[in-house]
Design a protein around this ligand. Structure first.
Ligand SMILES: NC(=O)c1ccc[n+]([C@@H]2O[C@H](COP(=O)([O-])OP(=O)(O)OC[C@H]3O[C@@H](n4cnc5c(N)ncnc54)[C@H](OP(=O)(O)O)[C@@H]3O)[C@@H](O)[C@H]2O)c1
Length: 282
C-alpha cells in the first residue's frame, strides 16, 4: 500500500475504504471483509451515523489499532468553539478510540474558524494526529489559514477525471496539503466508468476501468476511498499498485472536459443547517 506524506511528517495510506451512505448494519457486514482484504484506512463522519459501527468493527478485528488510519469529520452544528471541543470527544467516544488519525471540518459553513481553533488544540493534546478541511474553496481555506496557526494537513474535495481540481491543487501544493478525492469513481457514474478512452487504457494494461481511474488518482497524488459493499470491487480497488499509467495516458485523461457532479454552494444548503442527534446511532 502506497503512503503519502503530509505536511506534519505523518503518512496517510493512499487508498482507503469510504463508508458514506452505509448503514451501521452494512458497515458491520462490509468493513470486516475490507479489513481482511487489507484495507487499513477508513473514512467516516459524524454525519454518516456509523461511527459506533466503525469503532466496533475496528475493536473486534485482529488488527492492532495503531495499524489503522481512521478519519472522521465534524458537521457545522458542532462548530462553535465549545461545541467543537465536545463534538471531538463525542466522536472519539462513538469510535471507541483514544485518538483519530485525521479529523476534518466537513462543510465550510458557520463558525468554522472557531472550530479550527478547537481542532488545533485537540491536535496538540494528542486526540487527533492530523487535521484538515472538506469542501472548502480557496477563499474559505485562506480564512482558516489567516485565523489559525496550523496549515491543514488535508483538503477533502470532489475529484475525478471529469473534475480534476488542478487549479486548487496547484494553489495547495506549496503548502504541502494533501488532496483527498471524494466521489473518486463519480459516485458510480457509468458514463465516467465506461468512458471509451478509459476502456482502451484498461485493455492495454489488463485492468478494469475502475482500476484505471483509481490509478490515475494515485498518480495525481490524490488519496481515495471508494465506497463499495461488493467484495469483488473491494479487492479490485486495492489491486492498483502493481502497474502504472504512462505520462501520455495521464495527460489524455487530464484533457477530459471538466464539470463537477456537485457544486459546493457559498451558502449552507438546508440539510447542513438541520440539527442532527449524532448519538442516535449504534
Ligand atoms: N467530504 C464529503 O463531503 C464527501 C462527500 C461524498 C463522499 N465522501 C467520501 O468519499 C467516499 C466515496 O464516495 P462515494 O461512495 O459516494 O462515491 P464513489 O466511491 O465514487 O462511488 C461509489 C459507487 O461506485 C461503485 N463502485 C465501487 N467500486 C467499484 C468498482 N470497482 N467497479 C464498479 N463500480 C464500483 C459502488 O457500487 P458497488 O457497491 O456496487 O461496488 C458505488 O455505487 C465516501 O464513502 C465518503 O467516505 C466525502
Amino acid at each position: 500500500m502506497e503512503q503519502f506524506t503530509m505536511n506534519n511528517g505523518l503518512t496517510i495510506p493512499a487508498m482507503g475504504f469510504g463508508v458514506f451512505m452505509m448503514s451501521s448494519a452494512e458497515v458491520k457486514k462490509s468493513l470486516p471483509t475490507a479489513i481482511e482484504l487489507g484495507y487499513r484506512h477508513i473514512d467516516t463522519a459524524n454525519a454518516y451515523f456509523n461511527e459506533v459501527a466503525v469503532g466496533e468493527v475496528v475493536r473486534d478485528s485482529s488488527v492492532p489499532r495503531e495499524d489503522f488510519f481512521i478519519t472522521t469529520k465534524l458537521f457545522p452544528q458542532n462548530y462553535s468553539y465549545e461545541e467543537c471541543k465536545s463534538g471531538i470527544d463525542a466522536s472519539l467516544r462513538r469510535l471507541d478510540t483514544e485518538y483519530v488519525d485525521l479529523m476534518l471540518l466537513h462543510q465550510p459553513y458557520g463558525a468554522y474558524t472557531e472550530a479550527w481553533r478547537a481542532l488545533e488544540e485537540a491536535q496538540a493534546e494528542g486526540k487527533i494526529r492530523s487535521i484538515g478541511l472538506s469542501n472548502f474553496n480557496k477563499r474559505k481555506f485562506q480564512e482558516v489559514l489567516d485565523s489559525g496557526f496550523v496549515t491543514p494537513q488535508v483538503l477533502q474535495i470532489e475529484v475525478n477525471p471529469r473534475w480534476n481540481q488542478h487549479d486548487i491543487k496547484a494553489w495547495l501544493e506549496p503548502m504541502g496539503v494533501i488532496v483527498e478525492g471524494w466521489y473518486p469513481l463519480g459516485h458510480g457514474d457509468k458514463a465516467l466508468i465506461d468512458d471509451p478512452f478509459i476502456s482502451e487504457i484498461a485493455a492495454r494494461h489488463g485492468k478494469t476501468n475502475s482500476q484505471i481511474i483509481l490509478r490515475w488518482h494515485i498518480q495525481e497524488g490524490n488519496v481515495v476511498f471508494p465506497k463499495t459493499t461488493n467484495p469483488i470491487h473491494m479487492a479490485e480497488n486495492l489491486n492498483i499498485f502493481d502497474f502504472a499509467l504512462t505520462d501520455e495516458e495521464v495527460a489524455r485523461i487530464n484533457s477530459f472536459p471538466q464539470k463537477a457532479y456537485y457544486d459546493v454552494a457559498e451558502e449552507a444548503p438546508a440539510f447542513v443547517t438541520t440539527p442532527m442527534d449524532f448519538d442516535q446511532q449504534q
